[in-house]
Ligand binder design. Structure first.
Ligand code: URA
Length: 254
């Protein structure tokens, strides 16, 4: 069987099909039992509807929705999100970022880490590691998210350095401290980077609106130590390197 056998299974040779699938990240034990009964799972090309079917980890090939299930521990992708896509697993009205991952040659239950608005572009991590996703997006861990933004008007005359200490009071929410750097400005618009430590809904747009300079264009360029790879065009992704994963995990104590 391809991939690395996770520690939880590596002492076993034979294992129940439902246990194998839940350990491979397909779903909870209850969910995978339903998937098996619905006929989504085959072993060596044969449809298996019995959750207690014993599979041999060394030789059997298990497929979910016709794609082989690999036993690598977790996957981490860097995705350059294009505008026009919703950061969700499914949506009734709009295409989702997950559509870009449907051509992967194997099945994993992947999901996006945090959320970018439909019109925001740039760095999005997509993974199947729930704890990692939770910590990277939770304000408690304070992982920095840096955005490149084009905003309306000339921001030269605002003293934005004070917000590095105080944050700003929005209508219903006090933000954590954030940092703005001015790249260029003219009378009509300014180019900035803004670094926040939280993933609240529309946080950058709300901050800039409050400062009187609404966002015209927004792109995330960094999450913690991870910079958006300039070789990735919008809509493209690549796996994170071991080094990139290690640095991100260090920050969130994993
Ligand atoms: N802040 C926003 O306003 N939008 C995003 O997509 C991300 C951060």
């Amino acid at each position: 069987m391809g991939g690395i056998v996770p520690p939880i299974l590596n002492k076993l040779k034979k294992v129940r099909l439902d246990r194998f699938l839940s350990n491979a990240g397909i779903g909870s034990r209850k969910e995978v039992k339903l998937f098996i009964k619905k006929g989504k799972v085959s072993v060596n090309g044969q449809l298996i509807k019995n959750p207690s079917y014993q599979i041999d980890l060394q030789v059997d090939i298990v497929c979910f929705d016709d794609k082989p299930v690999l036993l690598k521990n977790n996957y981490y992708f860097m995705f350059n999100k294009p505008s026009g896509y919703i950061t969700a697993i499914e949506d009734k009205n709009f295409p989702t970022v997950m559509e870009f991952f449907s051509s992967l040659p194997f099945y994993r239950r992947l999901f996006p880490v945090g959320r970018l608005d439909i019109d925001t572009e740039g760095l999005l991590i997509v993974t199947d590691d729930g704890m990692f996703a939770h910590r990277v997006s939770h304000p408690k861990w304070g992982v920095e998210k840096e955005y490149y933004a084009v905003v309306k008007g000339n921001i030269k005359n605002i003293d934005y350095t004070k917000y590095e200490i105080t944050g700003i009071k929005l209508k219903d929410y006090q933000t954590k401290p954030f940092k703005i750097k001015l790249i260029s400005t003219d009378d009509k618009k300014s180019e900035i980077t803004i670094t926040v430590k939280e993933g609240k809904y529309h946080i950058v747009k709300k901050i800039m609106e409050k400062l009187g300079h609404p966002v015209m264009y927004l792109k995330r360029i960094r999450i913690g130590s991870l910079l958006l790879d300039e070789n990735l065009s919008p809509g493209e992704y690549r796996e994170l390197t071991e080094e990139e994963i290690k640095h991100l995990k260090q920050v969130v104590n994993l």
